[in-house]
Design a protein around this ligand. Structure first.
Ligand SMILES: Nc1nc2c(ncn2[C@@H]2O[C@H](COP(=O)(O)OP(=O)(O)OP(=O)(O)O)[C@@H](O)[C@H]2O)c(=O)[nH]1
Ligand SMILES: [Mg+2]
Length: 407
C-alpha cells in the first residue's frame, strides 16, 4: 500500500531528509526507503574531507600527518620525515582505513618554490576544508599572511605549536630551579597568542602539541575540536576517522553514531524484521549487529582494542572486560549474544520506552512501526552502554598516564 506524503513521518529525521525519504517512498514505495537509508548510512564514506597541513620546513608537518593517522614514517603509507628539509612538493596522504579523508602535506609559504605571489595558484587554497598551520617556534610573518588569506575565504584554520616536549626539557636543562610544566606551557601559549596578535590575528586558536606524545598536551583536544567544527556530513567522516580515546572524542563520536539510529531503524522497519521470542518486539538482528560492530570499532571496544588497552593498563584482558557494562555483547557479538542481552534488560522497561516514541508512520504497516521503535530503543540502549564502557576505559587510561608522568 502506498501512503500519502502527509501520512509519512519518521520521528527525529531532519526535515529536509524527511522530505527526501518521503519522495522516495511516494515514487518507489518501501524499496525506495530501503535504498535511501542504505545510501544515507554510507554517504560519509564517500564524502571527501581535505585537510591542509602547512608551515615552515622542519615544523613537524609530515610527522603530524603520520601521527594523526596512527602511522610511523617508515610504515606503508607513511609520510617521509627528516631532520633535513624534506617536503619540497605538495603530497597527499589518505587515511589508512577511510580513503575519503585526505591529509595534504603542503610546503610552507616562503619556502624555496612556494612564494606568496604564487602560493594560492600552486596549492589551490579553495579545495581544502580546513588548515593546520604548524610551527615549532614563533609563527612567522608568512604563517600570518596565510591565515589572514584563509580567513578572508571564510575557511577555518588552527595553529599548531609543535615539539613542546623539547621546550619543557630544554627549560629544565637551563635552570637551577626548573619551572613547572604548566608554567612553561602557559608561557608558550601566551607567547604564541601575542605573536599572532602582531600578525593581526586576534582570538586565534593555538594548540600546543608534541607529535611524539599524541596522548598528551592539546593533541586530543585538537582532534575533538576538528570534529566539532566540521560541518554536517563531513563531520561524520571526521568523527569516524579520528583515532583517539579521550572523553571529548568519545562524546563527539557518540553524537554522530546516535544520528544514524533513525536511519537504521527505518531500514529495519522495511526489511521485514522477525519477532523475538520472549521479547515480543521485532528487530532486524543482522542490521543491528553490523551497527554494533561499528560502535565497538569506533569506541575502541573490539577484542584487539581491549587487548591493547589492557596491556597499556597492565591488567588482564578478561579482567578489563569483566568491569564493563556490555560484557555479554563484548564476549559474544553474535545474534545469540544479542538475544541474551535483550533478555537481560527488563522487558517491561523496554515495552514502556518503546511506547513513548513518536510514531514513525510507514502507512499502516504495523510490523514496520514496531520494528522501527524496537530497533531505535535497543540501539540507543546499546550505544549508551558501549559509550559508558568506552568512557570507563578512557578514564582508566588517563589516570594511568597521569600516574606515570608523576613518577
Ligand atoms: N621532539 C619532537 N620532534 C619532532 C616533532 N615533530 C617533528 N619532529 C622531528 O622534527 C624533524 C622534522 O619533522 P618533519 O615532520 O619532517 O617536518 P616537516 O615540517 O615535514 O619538514 P619539511 O618536510 O622539511 O617541510 C624530524 O626529525 C621529526 O622527527 C615533535 O612534535 N616533537
Ligand atoms: Mg615534511
Amino acid at each position: 500500500m502506498m501512503a500519502s506524503k502527509e501520512s509519512f513521518e519518521c520521528g527525529n529525521v531532519p526535515a529536509e531528509e524527511e522530505e527526501l525519504i518521503s519522495d522516495m517512498f511516494n515514487k518507489y514505495g518501501i524499496a525506495g526507503i530501503q535504498k535511501y537509508t542504505k545510501e544515507r548510512l554510507n554517504k560519509w564514506r564517500e564524502t571527501y574531507l581535505h585537510i591542509a597541513i602547512t608551515g615552515e620546513s622542519g615544523a613537524g608537518k609530515s610527522t603530524f600527518i603520520n601521527v594523526i593517522r596512527g602511522l610511523k614514517s617508515d610504515e606503508e603509507g607513511g609520510a617521509h620525515t627528516d631532520v633535513i628539509e624534506a617536503t619540497k612538493t605538495i603530497k597527499y596522504y589518505k587515511h589508512p582505513k577511510y580513503e575519503n579523508v585526505v591529509f595534504w602535506d603542503l610546503p610552507g609559504v616562503g619556502t624555496d618554490n612556494f612564494k606568496r605571489e604564487n602560493y594560492d595558484d600552486q596549492v589551490k587554497l579553495a579545495k581544502y576544508d580546513f588548515f593546520l598551520i604548524c610551527s615549532s617556534e614563533r609563527f612567522s610573518e608568512n604563517d600570518g599572511w596565510l591565515a589572514r588569506k584563509i580567513s578572508k575565504m571564510g575557511k577555518k584554520f588552527y595553529f599548531l605549536r609543535t615539539k613542546v616536549s623539547i621546550d619543557i626539557s630544554n627549560d629544565a636543562k637551563g635552570r637551577s630551579f626548573p619551572r613547572s610544566r604548566d608554567d612553561i606551557l602557559n608561557k608558550i601559549q601566551i607567547d604564541c597568542l601575542l605573536n599572532l596578535d602582531k600578525h593581526r590575528l586576534f582570538d586565534s586558536l593555538v594548540y600546543l602539541i608534541d607529535n611524539f606524545e599524541p596522548n598528551d598536551f592539546d593533541f586530543n583536544r585538537l582532534k575533538a575540536k576538528l570534529i566539532e567544527d566540521t560541518p554536517h556530513l563531513k563531520r561524520e567522516a571526521m568523527a569516524f576517522s579520528i583515532i583517539g580515546q579521550t572523553e571529548e572524542i568519545m562524546f563527539q563520536k557518540k553524537k554522530e553514531l546516535e544520528k544514524r539510529i533513525q536511519f537504521i531503524s527505518l531500514t529495519s522497519a522495511v526489511a521485514g524484521a522477525v519477532p523475538i521470542p520472549g521479547v515480543g518486539t521485532a528487530v532486524d538482528l543482522a542490521i543491528m549487529l553490523e551497527e554494533i560492530m561499528f560502535y565497538r570499532d569506533q569506541f575502541g571496544l573490539t577484542d584487539n582494542a581491549i587487548k591493547r588497552n589492557a596491556e597499556m593498563l597492565g591488567v588482564r584482558e578478561e579482567e578489563l572486560k569483566k568491569e564493563l557494562n556490555m560484557k555479554e555483547l563484548l564476549l559474544d557479538c553474535t545474534k545469540k549474544g544479542l538475544l541474551a542481552l535483550f533478555n537481560n534488560i527488563v522487558i517491561s522497561e523496554a515495552v514502556e520506552e518503546v511506547a513513548k516514541y513518536v510514531i514513525p508512520i510507514i502507512g499502516s504497516i504495523t510490523a514496520g512501526i514496531i520494528s522501527y521503535k524496537s530497533t531505535n530503543y535497543w540501539l540507543k540502549k546499546i550505544l549508551e552502554g558501549l559509550y559508558q564502557d568506552a568512557l570507563k576505559i578512557s578514564r582508566k587510561l588517563s589516570m594511568h598516564s597521569a600516574q606515570s608522568t608523576q613518577v
